[in-house]
Design a protein around this ligand. Structure first.
Ligand code: ADP
Ligand code: MG
Length: 456
């Protein structure tokens, strides 16, 4: 029978698949199952903020996962654990002993290097090379040998879940190994933007810029998020130039090449294009098989060849999904002490294969925006000047554009407009506001979470 530590590890492993690294680390750090009594589970959380977040935003997912593992569980409650874990040597030791052995599953999100913000789990050693990523890998490796000179900036692009973050972080980690004195910073572009925004607000922008100019290696992930953020782009441009001039290495990633990033200042675009641009493509069947087999070895699980074949043939979208599929099989293996056969595999992967994660549609977006602002769905779709509706309506249009890439005319029609100018106006207005309205950013992130939750 699975014990409570293992049960919680299994929940975390699943939640991690559908949550960003930052959110996962924020909301699930220091959480655990405190007790299980009569079908009721008590989860301890470190503060009331986490408690609120877990019980409001993640409750359904947690309950669903726990019930899929243990049908006897009926309810889950959350409690704030006020006792801070004591960091005495003895305690640390004890903690290690009781830590379940399956933490390889994926909890390294908690072990992020405080100085560099790098995740030590991502290395070149566990980065598998195939024809889809070998040139990107070679360039990143070269940079890690001789940062600041050959390829600067190094710009890696490719679709989601294909290894951009892994490659960027592996490069950072290796530079750290090769040149321990170098100051390396890894930051997602979104985090960089909010830093800039708050520094401007608090009149500390010069301080921040000086700090950034002292970096030897700046790694910025997902820079497509700089699109439309004019102020951030301007500050970044200056930092970029001073780093570049001083032969400091800059490594960037994006989901598309520089010329395809909308609302990116021309001068930044040409700076990016002045470096080395590499893409990561899609792995083919053989490469996916090699990746899956290597990951099985890493995780110490043996799967029948029919199972391997089923996974590789059906989970094609990206490597993250491939890992997600493997995680489900690992959890089964852990709980039942045997590898799943092909029939069980089909059941375990059913939702992944038939309802791919992170998909959404018009109905869901409208429903979640309406729910968030406590409105009726129809309120959003009908033209109105009512103040409490104007903003949610614009946000809904913005999300249709950003999440579904709908055309402006199509958005216009759905919202009762005859032409597409209303849609353009709404999307631009929200994009602009997001730049310095942290409440709005927060709202939109929460709505997005709802839109994409429930896919586990
Ligand atoms: P991206 O940043 O492109 O969205 P990630 O770097 O987050 O993708 O990769 C998604 C998952 O797949 C990560 O867990 C990563 O470790 C794994 N992964 C991606 N590429 C490789 C690879 N070439 N070898 C091994 N694991 C990989
Ligand atoms: Mg990434």
């Amino acid at each position: 029978m699975i014990n409570k530590e293992e049960l919680w590890q299994a929940v975390l492993a699943q939640i991690q698949l559908s949550t960003s690294r930052a959110n996962f680390a924020t909301w699930f750090h220091n959480t655990k199952i405190l007790s299980e009594d009569n079908g009721e589970i008590l989860i301890s959380v470190p503060n009331s903020f986490s408690k609120e977040w877990l019980s409001n935003k993640y409750h359904t997912s947690i309950l669903k996962i726990i019930r899929s593992l243990d049908k006897n569980i009926r309810a889950i409650n959350y409690i704030v654990d006020l006792e801070k874990p004591q960091k005495t040597e003895k305690n640390k030791h004890h903690q290690k002993e009781i830590e379940p052995k399956i933490n390889q599953l994926c909890l390294d999100a908690f072990e992020i290097n405080q100085k560099t913000n790098l995740n030590p789990h991502y290395t070149f050693d566990n980065f598998i090379i195939g024809s889809f990523n070998e040139t990107a890998h070679a360039a990143a490796w070269a940079v890690s040998e001789n940062p600041g000179f050959d390829y600067n900036p190094l710009f890696i692009y490719g679709g989601v879940g294909l290894g951009k973050t892994h490659l960027l972080e592996a490069t950072g980690n290796r530079i750290l190994e090769n040149f321990s004195k170098k100051k390396i910073v890894y930051t997602p572009a979104e985090g960089f933007t909010s830093k800039i925004v708050s520094a401007i607000k608090e009149h500390k922008i010069e301080e921040l810029k000086n700090e950034l100019r002292n970096i030897d290696v700046l790694i910025m992930d997902d820079i497509q998020f700089l699109a439309g953020k004019e102020k951030t782009q301007e500050e970044f441009f200056h930092i970029f130039n001073s780093l570049r001039e001083a032969n400091k290495q800059i490594i960037l990633s994006s989901d598309r090449p520089p010329k395809a990033i909308p609302a990116l200042e021309e001068r930044l675009r040409s700076r990016f294009e002045g470096g080395m641009i590499m893409d990561i493509g899609l792995p083919d069947f053989e490469t996916r098989m090699a990746i899956l087999k290597t990951k099985c070895e890493e995780k110490n699980i043996e799967l029948q060849s029919s199972v391997l074949e089923y996974v590789v043939s059906n989970v094609q979208k990206n490597i993250r999904e491939l890992e997600g599929a493997l995680n489900r099989l690992l959890i089964f293996n852990k709980i039942n002490n045997k590898s799943p056969d092909i029939e069980i595999t089909k059941k375990l992967l059913h939702s992944l294969v038939h309802f791919p994660a992170r998909s959404t549609n018009f109905k869901k977006i409208i429903q979640m925006v309406a729910q968030f602002y406590d409105l009726k769905k129809d309120d959003l779709l009908v033209k109105t000047r009512r103040k409490e509706i104007v903003k949610p309506r614009q946000i809904a249009m913005y999300l249709l554009r950003s999440e579904l890439k709908e055309s402006y005319p199509s958005i216009g029609r759905k919202f009762g407009g005859k032409d597409h100018t209303t849609a353009i106006y709404a999307c631009e207005k929200i994009s602009k506001k997001i730049e310095n309205d942290s409440d709005l950013i927060n709202d939109i992130n929460l709505i997005k979470q709802r839109i994409y939750s429930g896919t586990i």
